[in-house]
Design a protein around this ligand. Structure first.
Ligand code: FAD
Length: 291
């Protein structure tokens, strides 16, 4: 099938883009890498009278290390993130999650902003943003605002962005060492969206005790989630790899709204999710303790 007809706009600056979005209202949709939007248009699961392409906006791509943060512009491709030495050294969790996204052809076109704005609950980047307490930058004709990741993902494929708002970038805090990071996921075929996945970030104090801990879950609800009860229980304890299975169980305990479909029941997903948390925990702790 082919998409329904649409008018194509390719503005040169972000301000012009948001003015167009405000003028065209819900008839307009932003297109970045097109890796999620184009299949939806081609299958006619969605149609819009106007597509506003971000590919000519010079100010949106780029990766910048600023003091204790790394800012990544929204239209930075996933392949650029994957190749970035800054990301590899300052944001190991993001670096390790990126090769798990689809296939290299998708990462060559797909953008970090597109992945965050699309907000697929089984996607890696939303879970990484939530785990690292990233902040998302939005622009509209009303001005700029910053949205914490914890408030950005509001439901299945929905975010806190207004219809006329553009995601311009994402700012990740850089954790101080000693710390460790891991992402684990299970997908039936390489390149598929994960059936269930987990991200772990763990930081140690001068005595080697856990003083910072974040456990993210994806594919396990309408949005990416944090296992706050498990995190709280771990703060102040000594990191141990042999706790991993218990932490996995605790992270999934009482989790509601876990999807159940032809790929797997909710109960199966929860068991896979607990195993992914346990695996990620072992690797993150090993890195935090041994470097
Ligand atoms: C076969 C296949 C396998 C895939 N596997 C995975 C996977 O395993 N994991 C994964 O995470 N993803 C996967 N993807 C999706 C891929 O990562 C997409 O690149 C990503 O979800 C969307 O990025 P994009 O730049 O292509 O956005 P687009 O497709 O252009 O846009 C997606 C949505 O985001 C909106 N949008 C885009 N940019 C902005 C912005 N700056 N501000 C506001 N709204 C914006 C668009 O309006 C649209 O609604 C897969 C895709 C395919 C086709």
């Amino acid at each position: 099938m082919k998409p329904a007809p649409f008018d194509y706009h390719a503005p040169a600056v972000a301000e012009e883009t948001v003015a167009l979005l405000a003028e065209l209202g819900d008839e307009a949709k932003v297109i970045a890498g097109g890796q999620s939007l184009v299949p939806m248009l081609a299958l006619r699961l969605a149609s819009f009278g106007h597509l506003v392409d971000l590919c000519h906006l010079d100010e949106l791509p780029g990766i910048e290390h600023r003091d204790a943060t790394v800012r990544i512009g929204a239209t930075t491709t996933q392949a650029t993130v994957q190749r970035s030495e800054t990301v590899r050294s300052a944001l190991p969790l993001l670096a390790r999650a990126t090769p798990l996204i689809g296939h290299f052809q998708i990462r060559n076109r797909g953008t970090i902003g597109g992945s965050l704005a699309h907000a697929d609950a089984a996607a890696e980047y939303p879970a990484v943003a939530l785990t690292l307490d990233a902040e998302l930058e939005a622009l509209s004709v009303r001005g700029r605002r910053t949205i914490p990741a914890a408030r950005f993902f509001t439901g299945t494929w929905t975010t806190a962005l207004a219809e006329d708002e553009l995601l311009t970038g994402v700012v990740f805090p850089v954790w101080q060492r000693p710390c460790g990071f891991a992402v684990e996921e299970f997908a039936r075929r390489s390149g598929d969206f994960a059936l269930a996945g987990a991200t772990v970030a763990v930081g140690l104090d001068a005595d080697g005790r856990i003083d910072r801990c974040a456990i993210g879950l994806f594919g396990l609800g309408p949005t990416p989630r944090r296992a706050h009860a498990a995190e709280t229980e771990l703060i102040g304890s000594e990191p141990a790899e042999d706790q991993a299975d218990d932490i996995g169980d605790l992270a999934l305990e009482g989790l509601d709204a876990v999807p159940s479909d032809l790929h797997g029941s909710a109960d199966y997903r929860k068991r896979v999710g607990a195993a992914m948390v346990a695996r990620a925990w072992r690797r993150a702790v090993r890195e935090a303790v041994h470097g």
